[in-house]
Design a protein around this ligand. Structure first.
Ligand code: SAH
Ligand code: SF4
Length: 357
C-alpha cells in the first residue's frame, strides 16, 4: 500500500523528499499544497517539477478516509461516518454557528474509559487513531465546505476544533498532539491554538503536557462534585480522583496563565448530580483549588440502551444560576444534531439504531 502523506510532520515530510533525492526546502511547498490548499492530486501541484510530481505519485497518496455515510441534522449539524484503510470506522461532526463553527474530531476507535453515560464508552477500545487519521477528519470537513485554500480567521466557517469526539485524547497523547500541531501550523490549515479545545476525562499524568507541549485550551469532564459520585459514573476516577485532576489543572494554568480559563464540563443527570447541594459542593471544590474556571452544563443526550435521563430544564437553570452567583460562567450547552445521533456522547461506529451504517 502506498504511504499517505497526511499526518507527517514538517520534518518527516522533508525526510521523505530527501529520500527521493530532492532538496528538503521543497517540503515547504509540498506542505502548502497539502495543508494550505488541500490539494489531493499531485499533478496539480504546479510549482513542483514534472519529475518530482511523477515521483510523488508513484510513492505516495493524499487520500482521505472513505465516507461511508454523511448525515445533516435539521439544525445543520453535519456528521460523517469515516472508514480507514483497515476497515475501522469513526465519526466526525461539524457543528455550525451563525458565522463560524467547530469540527469535533475523534482520537480513538471506541474508548477504554467506559463512562456509564457515554455511548462511545459502551463500545470498548479497538485502537488509537494515527495523527494522519485525526488530521484527515478535519480535511474531510473542509473538503465538504470547500474551505480551501485556508481562508482568513474572519471568513472561515470551520473556525474551531474540539477534541470531543470518540475516544480519550490523553490515552492517545502522541498522535493527538502531533495532529493538533499540524492542524494549528500557520503555513497550512492554521487553526489557532486558542480555537482548539482538548477535552479529557482526567488522565492526570498527561494534563500538564497539554500546556507544556501543546498550548491548546483544556476542558475537563468533571460531571460530579465528589469522588464517591464521580466514581459511580466514571470508573477512571478511582485511578485519577478529582483532587489529582484539579492539581494537574493548576499546573496547566501555571504554564498558560490564569486567564486561560479551563472549562469544566458537567453533565446534568436526573436525580444524580443536579440539586442545589451538588452545585454548592462544586463551588466549594472550585474555590479550594483557586482555578481560572468556567463551567459548561451539558444536558444529557440519551442513546439506545442507556440508564440515565436528562435533568429537567428548571433544575439545569437553577444549577447554572448558583454557579453564576458564585462568579463562574456557566452556560448551558445547546444539544446539537440529536436527531442524527451527532450530539455529545452519542457517537459510535458500530451498527446501531439511527445510524444507517
Ligand atoms: N473522552 C473525552 C472527550 C470525548 S467526550 C472526554 O470524556 O472528555 C466529550 C464530552 O461529551 C465529554 O464531556 C463527555 O463527558 C460528554 N458526554 C459523554 N456522553 C454524553 C452524553 N450521553 N450526553 C452528553 N454529553 C456526553
Ligand atoms: Fe471515553 Fe469521553 Fe466517552 Fe468517557 S465520555 S467513555 S472518556 S469518550
Amino acid at each position: 500500500m502506498m504511504k499517505n502523506l497526511i499526518g507527517l510532520s514538517k520534518e518527516e515530510l522533508a525526510a521523505e523528499l530527501e529520500r527521493l533525492g530532492e532538496k528538503s526546502f521543497r517540503a515547504k511547498q509540498l506542505w502548502q499544497w497539502i495543508y494550505f490548499r488541500g490539494e489531493s492530486d499531485f499533478d496539480k501541484m504546479s510549482n513542483l517539477s514534472k519529475e518530482l510530481r511523477a515521483k510523488l505519485k508513484e510513492n505516495y497518496t493524499l487520500q482521505r478516509p472513505k465516507i461511508i455515510t454523511e448525515q445533516i441534522s435539521k439544525d445543520k449539524t453535519h456528521k460523517w461516518l469515516l472508514e480507514f484503510d483497515d476497515g475501522q470506522r469513526i465519526e466526525t461532526v461539524y457543528i455550525p454557528e451563525e458565522d463560524r463553527g467547530a469540527v469535533c474530531v475523534s482520537t480513538q476507535v471506541g474508548c477504554a474509559v467506559g463512562c456509564k453515560f457515554c455511548h462511545t464508552g459502551s463500545q470498548k477500545i479497538t485502537r488509537n487513531l494515527t495523527a494522519g487519521e485525526i488530521v484527515a477528519q478535519f480535511m474531510v470537513a473542509r473538503d465538504a465546505y470547500g474551505e480551501w485554500p485556508s481562508p482568513t480567521n474572519e471568513t472561515r466557517y470551520l473556525s474551531n476544533i474540539v477534541v470531543m469526539g470518540m475516544g480519550e485524547p490523553l490515552h492517545n497523547k502522541e498522535e493527538t498532539f502531533k495532529a493538533l500541531k499540524i492542524l494549528s501550523d500557520g503555513d497550512g490549515i492554521a487553526i489557532s491554538k486558542r480555537r482548539i479545545t482538548l477535552s479529557t476525562s482526567g488522565i492526570v499524568p498527561n494534563i500538564e503536557a497539554v500546556a507544556a507541549e501543546l498550548g491548546v485550551k483544556l476542558a475537563i469532564s468533571l460531571h460530579a462534585s465528589n469522588n464517591e459520585k464521580r466514581s459511580q459514573i466514571m470508573p477512571i476516577n478511582k485511578r485519577y480522583p478529582i483532587e489529582e485532576i484539579l492539581k494537574a489543572c493548576q499546573k496547566y494554568q501555571d504554564i498558560m496563565g490564569m486567564s486561560r480559563m479551563i472549562t469544566f464540563e458537567y453533565l446534568m443527570l436526573k436525580d444524580f448530580n443536579d440539586t442545589p447541594e451538588d452545585a454548592k459542593e462544586l463551588i466549594a471544590l472550585m474555590k479550594k483549588f483557586n482555578l481560572g474556571a468556567k463551567f459548561n452544563l451539558i444536558p444529557f443526550n440519551p442513546w439506545p440502551g442507556c440508564d440515565f435521563a436528562p435533568s429537567s430544564n428548571n433544575k439545569v437553570h437553577a444549577f447554572s444560576r448558583l454557579l453564576e452567583a458564585a462568579g463562574y460562567e456557566a452556560p448551558i450547552r445547546v444539544a446539537r444534531g440529536q436527531d442524527i445521533l451527532a450530539a455529545c456522547g452519542q457517537l459510535k461506529s458500530k451498527k446501531q439504531a439511527g445510524n444507517p451504517a
